[in-house]
Design a protein around this ligand. Structure first.
Ligand code: FAD
Length: 424
């Protein structure tokens, strides 16, 4: 089920090639006919991939189950964008380019090429060491820049209609369908989202600081609350009344779904979260989008390992607050932080352990006890991990390192579940 989304995208690309082969263009006697034909097939695949990427950026909740959660949809969004970028280069190298007799379509091609290539390269920059240094790391600047991609997508499609293209009416009509999907998705993301009740008004009811670097925010719905969330899901929130906090950021809902308020536990780590720690006040307006995510231990096997690193404890807090003394799984919960003062809600977690004998807590202070190791986890699990389902949340390097170690210990990939606290 969780692969259906990705397989559908691959199938659409293949289907697009088949449509262009079956409904091939009329031969016009041009010696460059084959190069033009190949270039158009590649260009049309570009439109298909970009349309998929723009569609995924609308964050459709109903599609989460076909990708394994919104975080995984973002990975696919990045991959389709990268594939489209590579195809643009192949397209440019394939089509015959003349220096004379340029039409509107040729100029649109240059603008669209320059726009898409620069935006996608900047998007990929944080993952490419050399570009990372050039691009800087301000997420909000990057998000603002990315908004332009739809405009270049539209210009790219109009380029295909106004350049001296081959006569392939049926195939072009088919490709136009993807242009419409991509454009509608873009307009929904950037303009019309609010009309469809995607964003809900809330109010900050309480602001607390459980330690020197984190904030617990309690939110109450002004009108309709978000649809009943599952424990472990997350939302996007912004605070329009505070100009420094009017950016939409994702945070896990750390309260239980049964509570009539939403609680978030937020670590001050960058500009937004530090400003939130310093300036967020009770009574401030909030705008919520969600809930998203498929990080849900209830769908896993009976024996489980939960692994939380630092602020990655938030989905587990939601699990624990949701439990009510009725845990139906045997859980080894490893919670690792550097220092004791960084460990959040420890008394509450210990009280939940008292009520749920099947829940075992192992807190590790890495500054004094050393980092948590796979052998430590393995020993607590009785030396054999085969039957375990692992749920992890924390910094990306920690998750990647543990995923590798669990795989090396023979745990099947489909028994390892994690939430990426990173959408870039
Ligand atoms: C599914 C999910 C759940 C999360 N749950 C929690 C939680 O419960 N508690 C918590 O403290 N943190 C949580 N985070 C992390 C939190 O979203 C980031 O720490 C926060 O957005 C950083 O913003 P900043 O400006 O303070 O830091 P920056 O230093 O500006 O950003 C650090 C990194 O955070 C990510 N980020 C920044 N802005 C955004 C944005 N607008 N949208 C998406 N990602 C962004 C980027 O990867 C960026 O590189 C979660 C993240 C995700 C994806």
């Amino acid at each position: 089920m969780q692969n259906i989304g990705n397989l559908t995208i691959v199938a659409l690309v293949i289907l697009n090639i088949v449509v262009w082969l079956v409904f091939s263009p009329v031969y016009d006697g041009d010696p460059n006919f084959l190069r033009k034909y190949a270039g158009e097939v590649i260009g049309s695949n570009n439109i298909v991939l970009m349309a998929c990427s723009l569609f995924l950026a609308t964050r459709p909740k109903w599609a989460e189950k076909y990708f394994g959660g919104l975080d995984k949809m973002y990975i696919t969004h990045r991959h389709t964008g990268t594939a489209a970028l590579l195809l643009i280069f192949v397209h440019v190298l394939t089509v015959p380019i003349t220096t004379t007799g340029w039409r509107l379509g040729n100029y649109l091609a240059v603008i669209s090429f320059a726009g898409i290539v620069s935006i996608v390269l900047i998007t990929l920059a944080p993952r490419i060491p050399f570009l990372n240094r050039l691009a800087g790391s301000d997420y909000e600047d990057w998000k603002k820049l990315k908004r332009w991609i739809g405009i270049f997508f539209i210009l790219g499609f109009f380029h295909s209609l106004t350049v001296n293209a081959l006569d392939a009416r049926i195939a072009i009509t088919w490709t136009m369908m993807f242009f419409i999907i991509g454009t509608a998705s873009y307009l929904y993301t950037e303009v019309f989202g609010g009309i469809f009740k995607k964003f809900l008004p809330y109010k900050v009811e309480a602001v607390k600081h459980p330690n020197h670097s984190s904030t617990e925010v309690t939110l109450r719905a002004r009108k309709d609350p978000i649809k009943k969330q599952r424990a472990g899901q997350f939302l996007f929130v912004r605070f329009p009344g505070n100009k420094d906090l009017n950016e939409s950021h994702p945070f896990t809902i750390s309260s239980a779904p049964a509570e009539d308020v939403l609680r978030l536990t937020i670590k001050a780590s960058g500009n937004f979260t530090r400003d939130l720690f310093a300036t967020l006040e009770e009574g401030t307006d909030a705008v919520i989008e969600g809930a998203y995510g498929m990080f849900d231990y209830k769908t896993g096997g009976q024996k489980q390992i939960w692994l939380a690193g630092g602020i990655g404890v938030t989905p587990f807090l939601a699990f624990i607050r949701d439990m009510n003394g009725e845990l139906a799984h045997d859980v080894d919960f490893h919670y690792t932080v550097r220092h004791p003062e960084e460990a959040l809600f420890v008394e509450e977690i210990k009280a939940a352990v008292e009520r749920n004998p099947r829940l075992k807590l192992h807190i590790r202070f890495s500054a004094t006890e050393g980092s948590l190791t796979i052998d430590h986890i393995l020993n607590n699990a009785g030396g054999n991990l085969q039957d375990y389902h692992v749920y992890m949340c924390g910094p990306l390097p920690m998750i990647q390192a543990f995923e590798k170690k669990f795989l090396e210990k023979g745990l099947p990939k489909n028994q390892i579940h994690f939430e990426e606290f990173n959408f870039r």
